[in-house]
Design a protein. Structure first.
Length: 189
């Protein structure tokens, strides 16, 4: 084998090992963060929620469903949630902001509202204060009540900051206003 081919194979091997290690490190971080958040699990008195089976999941992976979202008032039922906000993720599921918690604290989620097959938030603009949101994960199911409905600038991430209470933040585009986002925040109830 020529020296150039050997060098190319060596570089390809090093690249493959680096990618595998990176994926392992990212997943380990997410599992550690999820386990930390699991300490805040609260089991509600609502029998309807108690009957919901938790998702069977042992690892968090970019292709795994990490939860399900249900918003009865806008006819959204058991919409899948996956880690990340990449376009291929948002075509198949609601995306979870990796910088936010998975279960306890402030959970940040985003989805399209039109123009793609992943337009899970197509009716989010019809939500009202007081609407219920159910977020189901392997850690349990939380029930939230909508308190905030606001349009924010596309670069405003302040609603995704860490909170001491349990809340869920939903973000989608605003039709015909490309620099604005619709932001819905609901507090656990």
């Amino acid at each position: 084998m020529g020296k150039g081919i050997k060098m190319t194979l060596l570089i390809a091997l090093i690249t493959a090992i680096t990618i595998c290690f990176s994926v392992f490190a990212i997943n380990k971080f997410k599992i550690d963060r999820a386990n930390k958040n699991a300490e805040n699990i609260v089991v509600g008195d609502n029998q309807e929620l108690a009957d919901i089976e938790p998702l069977q999941q042992t690892e968090i992976n970019y292709d795994d469903i990490i939860g399900m979202l249900t918003i009865p008032d806008i006819l959204l039922e058991n919409a899948p949630i996956r880690e990340g906000l990449e376009e291929d993720t948002l075509l198949k599921a609601i995306g979870h902001f990796p910088s936010t918690n998975i279960y306890g604290g402030n959970v940040g989620l985003a989805s399209h509202n039109s123009g793609s097959e992943g337009d899970f938030f197509r009716n989010l603009n019809k939500i009202k204060k007081g609407s219920e949101i159910y977020y189901q994960t392997n850690f349990g199911t939380r029930r939230y009540i909508v308190e905030t409905i606001v349009e924010i600038h596309e670069t405003d991430f302040s609603y995704l900051e860490e909170t001491s209470d349990n809340r869920i933040t939903l973000i989608t585009c605003v039709r015909n206003k490309p620099h604005l986002r619709l932001c819905i925040q609901a507090i656990e109830n």
